[in-house]
Design a protein around this ligand. Structure first.
Ligand SMILES: *Cc1c(COP(=O)(O)O)cnc(C)c1O
Length: 352
């Protein structure tokens, strides 16, 4: 057996998330040299450059920089809805599970979780969840999509399926918001331009701090009218940033240098899935992108995560019987291969 050289307790590999990446030297250089101004007063040139780049890449009129994807999602919900209405979103979506009921607390709307037969809801599932108008029931105001879908394991929704969903939304005059924190991964897997996916929604959030590896930041893109209103609510949420060019430079660097390499993360995820599948009767959801979900035959995720950590492989306990591993910029293929072998052993031991 070959000696482990890349992954050990002293040199762990962190596969908990693609948010763990650290800014590279070149990225830090871009940040240090960024031209800046006061973005709240009269504009920051590097932030403006990032916003223009993002709007063009997504095929939207305008884009607006946000400190986080969560704030951008909440601003979009605020723009599209009125209090007392409901947002139709996937039952396992980020806006429903991981934004601490922001839609309710900040926008006064309720989330209506949509669940379908497949991992991510489809057009027919959405149709089945749109209520017959009644003075006793909340009116729907927005459809929220997530692509790739994190909770389902980085699952990609095709452009055609997104168009079908958009068509159902339009029949009911509902706007569509796309949580595209990992839209980069979806476009890579589908080999389609980002704009084809973005065209299926009125507003789109993309994150720079997931697979692209920037330290922080997201953009919301849409029509000039949507972005003007989002700008006002960003201020209200406390998201006005001054010399934000330092952060925008990192995001711009990430988009221009790290987008092209995402297919490597997808290949590493497929390799990891192949090695681990079946170990200790665990079942791996075949990954579309960079997220690998490992389903255990018993609720022993905490024990597997703890044992893997002792060996230098860091993972997330998603549910008591589900573990998540995510490949990224700071997880080279060779290290992922070693981690896969270590994880296989760990599953066999813990689940024996
Ligand atoms: C990470 C994530 C967000 C939120 O982004 P933050 O910048 O961490 O607030 C939103 N949606 C999805 C699908 C995500 O994975």
């Amino acid at each position: 057996m070959p000696m482990s050289v890349l992954v050990s307790p002293a040199t762990p590999l962190d596969l908990r998330s693609d948010t763990v990446t650290r800014p590279s030297t070149a990225m830090r250089q871009a940040m240090a040299l960024a031209e800046v101004g006061d973005d709240v007063l009269d504009g920051d040139p590097t932030t403006a450059a990032l916003e223009a780049w993002t709007a063009a890449a997504l095929g939207k009129e305008r884009a607006l920089f946000f400190p986080s994807g969560s704030m951008a999602n909440q601003a979009a919900i605020w723009v599209h809805t009125t209090p007392g209405t409901e947002v139709l979103c996937d039952a396992e979506s980020h806006v429903y599970h991981w934004e601490i009921a922001g839609a309710a607390a900040l926008c006064g709307v309720q989330c209506r979780p949509v669940r379908g037969e497949s991992a991510v809801f489809r057009a027919a599932d959405l149709r089945a969840h749109i209520r017959t108008p009644s003075i006793h029931a909340p009116e729907p105001s927005l459809v929220c999509l997530e692509n790739t879908h994190n909770g389902a394991g980085g699952v990609v929704t095709s452009v055609e399926e997104m168009r079908d969903i958009q068509a159902v939304a339009r029949e009911h005059a509902l706007p569509v918001h796309l949580d595209g924190a990992r839209l980069w991964n979806a476009a890579t897997a589908l080999q389609r331009p980002l704009a084809h996916l973005a065209a299926c929604a009125d507003s789109v959030m993309v994150s720079f701090s997931k697979g692209l590896g920037a330290p922080v930041g997201a953009c919301l893109a849409g029509s000039a009218d949507i972005i003007t209103r989002a700008h006002r609510v960003r201020k209200r949420f406390g998201g006005g940033m001054r010399q934000s060019g330092v952060l925008a430079a990192a995001a711009l660097h990430a988009a221009q240098h790290h987008y092209d390499r995402l297919a490597e993360d997808h290949a590493s995820a497929r390799y990891l899935a192949q090695v681990v599948d079946g170990a200790g009767r665990a079942r791996v959801v075949a990954p579309d992108t960079n997220i690998v979900m490992i389903d255990l035959p018993q609720p022993r995720a905490a024990a597997v995560v703890a044992r893997a950590r002792e060996r230098g492989v860091r993972l997330t306990e998603w549910h008591p019987a589900r573990i998540r591993a995510v490949t990224h910029l700071d997880a080279p293929a060779g290290a992922v291969a070693e981690a896969a072998a270590l994880l296989r052993q760990t599953l066999e031991e813990v689940l024996a």
